[in-house]
Design a protein around this ligand. Structure first.
Ligand code: NDP
Length: 244
């Protein structure tokens, strides 16, 4: 049987790394992307290769840049034709008052968190349509649903992915492709390193589950969505310890 393929954007650490390891453990060929943390990405490649039953290819590049996404996908196409699964995970946060945000800050958040999903979906879809199957899973945030104070651009970018997910699911359901998003609560990754230990403790107490989620729990949910019945599409599924 042909080896299945997955692209994980932002795979050098955190949730993306956990997703890459989860799919590798199931024997997928994993395309590993990040923008700048190439040493960490090499480390993920070594972990996958050490485990034995999987293979991977590094496809670094800024997924917020359409030309770089074209290059990433031309490498994927020449390697194996296309993807079975696309995991749109790369993302950045920006915290502060909206009135303190520059045009450049706004553009960087929207390009990285929202436009990247458009660029990657646009490139992945033709092969999936040809195969009449495929899964697109985007990592979003509960703030895309509820909105967070001092994270307006971030919330808007994730809400944009929610809209894109619902619309694209309708567009692609006749072609046998499922499109879903996982709206994460607070997950224990470097993205939250901006918080002090005290802030983290207070935040964890606000979560009904009483703790931050782990990248592995998110990866397990992504794996579930990649294997869920094909009738499950167009959904924004929360993994937030009961926060919302
Ligand atoms: P991390 O900061 O730990 O990892 C982010 C990853 O994205 C890194 O691999 C980073 O690599 C990559 N990345 C960032 N910008 C780009 C870019 N332009 N092109 C390619 N790769 C890029 O964050 P998390 O693992 O926490 O976040 C993963 C996703 O989960 C994000 O979309 C985030 O918004 C979402 N999320 C996270 C939550 C949390 O509490 N942690 C909560 C809700 C959602 P590099 O540094 O090399 O660019």
């Amino acid at each position: 049987m042909k080896q299945k393929t997955v692209l994980v954007t932002g795979a050098s650490r955190g949730i993306g790394r956990a997703c890459a390891l989860r799919f590798a453990a199931e024997g997928y060929h994993v395309f590993l992307n990040c923008r700048s943390s190439l040493e960490e990405l090499q480390g993920v490649k070594r972990e996958i290769e050490a485990a034995g039953n999987a293979s991977c290819t590094l496809v670094p590049g800024d997924v917020g840049c359409p030309e770089e996404v074209e290059t990433i996908f031309s490498r994927i196409q020449s390697c194996c034709g296309g993807l079975d699964v696309l995991i749109n995970n790369a993302g950045i946060s920006w915290m502060g008052l909206l009135t303190d945000m520059t045009d450049e800050d706004w553009t960087r958040v929207i390009q990285t968190n929202l436009s990247s999903v458009f660029y990657c979906c646009r490139a992945a879809i033709p092969h999936m349509v040809h195969e009449k199957r495929g899964r697109i899973i985007s990592i979003t945030s509960m703030w895309g649903t509820a909105g967070a104070s001092c994270e307006a651009a971030y919330s808007a970018s994730k809400a944009g992915v929610h809209g894109l997910t619902r619309a694209l699911a309708k567009e692609l359901a006749p072609s046998g492709i499922q499109v879903n998003a996982l709206a994460c609560g607070v997950i224990d990754t470097r993205m939250n390193d901006v918080l002090t230990e005290e802030d983290k403790k207070v935040l964890a107490e606000e979560v009904p589950a009483g703790r931050f989620g782990t990248p592995e729990e998110v990866a397990e949910s992504v794996w579930f969505l990649a294997n869920a019945p094909s009738y499950l599409t167009g959904q924004i599924i929360g993994i937030d310890g009961g926060f919302l």
